[in-house]
Design a protein around this ligand. Structure first.
Ligand code: ATP
Length: 357
């Protein structure tokens, strides 16, 4: 296991990048803790695979260095980095049995036979494949083959890190949940540094201690699921995390006053004069509805009942504005929205501004 340091790392696929926009991965500087479980989360094309491939050694970054503990591994090939990788589509040897496939990475590294048997058995149990141990991989379903791929990464215990690139894409939904839970348990038991790429927020939030949110080649926030929910560092994090995402509205801020259309809301913090694009963000969970007159004038356009909660879809000055209300909450015919001022975040050019308390 290793601490992974991303030191002034950036990557462009172009030979002579000019501006920021030419970089598939914009500069990132960060230390990822030894034994941490990280998820790289973001939409298609945001640079997740680029970053993962730099960590694994499949790609040499155009700028910066990558260190495992204090060793600079930037020039090293993947096989010299002592990492395990699990890809989106299964990598298995069809002519070998399931057990032989799992044993292969260990046998290759001259691990003793007893230890191999012990670890293969444990991995088979984890994957719920003990009864298939002696079956050839050839006849198995795509789902089962991917489980073997996953197992081949997990069976190794002495690796610097295990990297997963959307490993559950081909797995059926129920099994996905089960494997994710097992991965988390395994992480607690063995303490491997794990890096997990996904575009699915549920996968990221349930698997990771820290989620690395990427947007257009930029790492916009690294935080615990709670931090991403409470204080999104970028409006994109607000939209992307949460269901529905954070409400974001253009506004004006003067000191500790927020102006939203014709409504003024007192803030809990004081802000410096802000130039550029100024927006406020509030999660739908921190909005309640009142009879017209108390808060922001909204028009309700729909209500979705999702069991313990209701999602109220509304418009405020022509922009969508959602509220999440407990089951049974009344929805006034002429509603207005009251925002919890402690839960308002202020953004300048999409980045969070922390005011003074
Ligand atoms: P996905 O979830 O679709 O795999 P991603 O977040 O992993 O997306 P990357 O594959 O890292 O994103 O791609 C980031 C950007 O770099 C994209 O604009 C992509 O088109 C570009 N890119 C990726 N690989 C190459 C390459 N080999 N050559 C040129 N551009 C590339």
């Amino acid at each position: 296991m290793a601490r992974i340091t991303l030191d002034h790392l950036a990557h462009s696929y172009m030979p002579n990048p000019q501006g920021e926009g030419d970089f598939a991965l914009k500069q990132i500087d960060h230390d990822w803790e030894d034994g941490g479980a990280y998820a790289l989360l973001g939409p298609s094309g945001c640079g997740k695979t680029t970053l993962l491939n730099i960590i694994s050694g499949l790609l040499v970054p155009s700028r910066g260095r990558i260190l495992f503990d204090d060793q600079d591994v930037t020039p090293l090939a993947p096989e010299q980095r002592n990492i395990a990788q699990v890809f989106q589509f299964p990598v298995v040897y069809d002519t070998m049995t399931v057990a032989q496939n799992l044993a292969f990475p260990l046998a290759n590294r001259k691990v003793e036979a007893d230890e191999i048997a012990r670890r293969v058995e444990k991995t088979l149990a984890m994957l719920d494949m003990t009864d298939k141990a002696r079956r050839r991989a050839q006849g198995l379903t795509a789902d089962e083959k991917q489980k073997i791929s996953l197992g081949r990464g997990l069976v190794r215990y002495d690796v610097n890190a295990i990297l997963f690139d959307e490993p559950l894409t081909v797995i059926d939904p129920h099994m996905k949940w089960q494997l994710r839970t097992q991965l988390k348990e395994l992480h607690h038991e063995f303490g491997h540094t794990m890096i997990y790429v996904t575009h699915d927020q549920t996968e990221a939030l349930t698997f990771a201690d820290k989620v690395v949110v990427m947007y257009e080649g930029e790492v916009v926030q690294i935080g615990t699921p709670e931090e991403l929910f409470d204080e999104p560092a970028h409006t994109f994090v607000g939209y992307f995390i949460g269901s529905p995402g954070m409400n974001v509205l253009p506004c004006q801020v003067a000191g500790d006053r927020l102006q939203l259309g014709t409504s003024e809301i007192p803030l809990q913090r004081r802000y410096p004069a802000l130039e550029g694009k100024v927006e406020m963000g509030v999660r739908p969970e921190f909005v309640r509805l009142a009879a017209s007159g108390e808060g922001l004038p909204i028009s309700v356009t729909g209500v979705e009942d999702i069991g313990r909660f209701k999602i109220v879809r509304a418009l405020f000055e022509g922009r969508s504005f959602d509220a999440v209300l407990p089951e049974g909450s009344p929805i006034p015919a002429e509603a207005s929205a009251v925002i919890d001022p402690r839960r308002i975040n202020i953004y300048k050019d999409s980045h969070l501004v922390r005011g003074e308390a």
